[in-house]
Design a protein around this ligand. Structure first.
Ligand code: GDP
Ligand code: MG
Length: 303
């Protein structure tokens, strides 16, 4: 490719197909949180990849929380918002399952709205080798045989370079829109808070619903006695009920310890430094209904 290219790319797909995992892999940093629970991604987050060929700004879209009868309607509404102003859409599919109703809604919408899109057939590592040919045929039929698509495994990294090459061919020539070393448009606090929230969701599953927020109270650069530096982070996990607080803390603090250790390890990777993470749990009844609290915990409404 001769000239520098830049543009916006959004990933569309049913919940849990691996959109956030794919963005993390393409960017090479864990900036967007992933979990087996739908609606993990709450905010629109832009991830930025700068290479010698160009700059891609990925827009991650919040997952869909599905009342089943309205699935189609909601997927389409989300899709409409997500394709606004982007240069190319990556339609992400989960190859470990048959193409489903939700996939069809999205495909029909993209075609009806004449949106240019390429397909990432994800989770290829989960398809047993004897079924791989069959699966491929099935998805080719679903997509129409001339469709641009790339087999990937977002969690393993397979096919990601090829997918990026394909994306670049769809971007217009243009300058860098963000500084070279920017990887995310969100402040560090948001990323850190998400990394803690991710571990709460992953480790407590259904027991603690989506009424969890994490507030980063303090980030301090510190030095140990031996001269080694580290980052001290103080965060509060906010829940709505005392029973939820109990679950998050666990027996003798065992759950909070697990949450803290995993979050710390991910934070440490993100900021590339040793981290000391201190977590507190606080009950704020009905925080989701209070405007001031929503803003305090970082959930201003987005348009
Ligand atoms: P999103 O809702 O589309 O953003 O999906 P996530 O990125 O949160 O991923 C949902 C789940 O699928 C997580 O548990 C991921 O670890 C898992 N996942 C994503 N991509 C792959 C993949 O290529 N292979 C496997 N085995 N799991 C994946
Ligand atoms: Mg996601």
């Amino acid at each position: 490719m001769d000239n520098y290219r830049s543009g916006f790319v959004t990933l569309l797909g049913r919940p849990n197909v691996g959109k956030s995992t794919l963005i993390n892999n393409l960017i090479g940093e864990k900036i967007t949180i992933t979990s087996p629970i739908a609606q993990t991604t709450r905010k629109k987050l832009k991830g930025i990849l700068t290479t010698k060929n160009g700059q891609i700004i990925f827009v991650d879209t919040p997952g869909v929380h599905k009342p089943h009868h309205r699935l189609g309607e909601i997927l389409v509404k989300n899709a409409k918002a997500a394709i606004n102003g982007v240069d190319i859409v990556i339609f992400v599919l989960d190859s470990s399952e048959d193409p489903g109703r939700g996939d069809k809604y999205i495909k029909d919408f993209l075609e009806a709205s004449h949106t240019e899109f390429i397909v990432a057939l994800n989770k290829w590592d989960l398809v047993a080798s004897e079924f791989k040919n069959l699966r491929l045929e099935q998805y080719r039929r679903f997509l129409g045989k001339n469709k641009n698509f790339q087999i990937v495994s977002a969690s393993e990294g397979e096919g990601c370079t090829q997918l990026l090459d394909m994306v670049f061919t769809f971007l217009p020539e243009g300058p860098k829109l963000y500084e070279e070393d920017t990887i995310c448009d969100q402040p560090l606090e948001t990323l850190l808070s998400d990394l803690v929230r991710e571990q709460v969701l992953r480790n407590t599953r259904e027991e603690v619903p989506h009424s969890v927020a994490v507030k980063i109270e303090k980030i301090d650069a510190m030095k140990r006695k031996n001269g080694k530096s580290f980052t001290a982070i103080l965060a509060t996990i906010i829940v709505e009920r005392t029973s939820q607080k109990g679950i998050i803390i666990g027996k003798k603090g065992s759950m909070l310890k697990i949450i803290g250790q995993s979050a710390r390890s991910n934070i440490s990777k993100l900021i590339d430094a040793p981290v000391h993470l201190e977590l507190f749990v606080k009950v704020v009844p009905n925080w989701r209904k209070k405007e001031s609290r929503l803003i305090e915990f970082g959930y201003e409404e987005e348009v």
